[in-house]
Design a binder for this molecule. Structure first.
Ligand code: ZN
Length: 127
């Protein structure tokens, strides 16, 4: 700030590979919606022009909407209230089912090996 005060902007990220400064929430959500929130979405390179543009961007309607979407998603991820949560629970149930089945098959195999028995059953039919 012009008065020397420092403000932490958690939404501002720097890419080491592209050497650009991005607005994290606008980069994620504006790109997903195919809207362009300006240079903070595509990458900001001219550091000497940051001063008025950061404040303008910070209070723009599009940035505030994207910031709200980001914070809402962050909260939902913490609470496991996302759309794919039901799918993840179903996948965990299936994983447990197959884990139990594999455990039973291994127990059977170990039992048969200890008793020196074959896997196939006793056939009393005519040959
Ligand atoms: Zn933004």
């Amino acid at each position: 700030m012009p008065n020397g005060e420092k403000i932490l902007r958690s939404w501002m990220v720097y890419s080491l590979t592209s050497k650009n400064l991005y607005c994290f929430c606008c980069h994620i959500f504006a790109m997903a919606n195919n809207t362009n929130a300006g240079t903070f979405t595509t990458g900001f390179q001219k550091w000497w022009k940051l001063n008025p543009k950061v404040a303008d961007h910070e209070y723009s309607n599009e940035h505030l909407e994207n910031l709200e979407k980001w914070k809402t998603l962050e909260m939902r991820l913490k609470l496991n209230k996302t759309i794919d949560d039901a799918g993840l629970q179903l996948m965990d149930t299936e994983k447990q089912k197959w884990k139990h089945l594999l455990t039973r098959l291994l127990d059977i195999t170990l039992f048969l090996a200890k008793q020196n028995l074959a896997f196939r059953g006793h056939d009393e039919g005519q040959d």
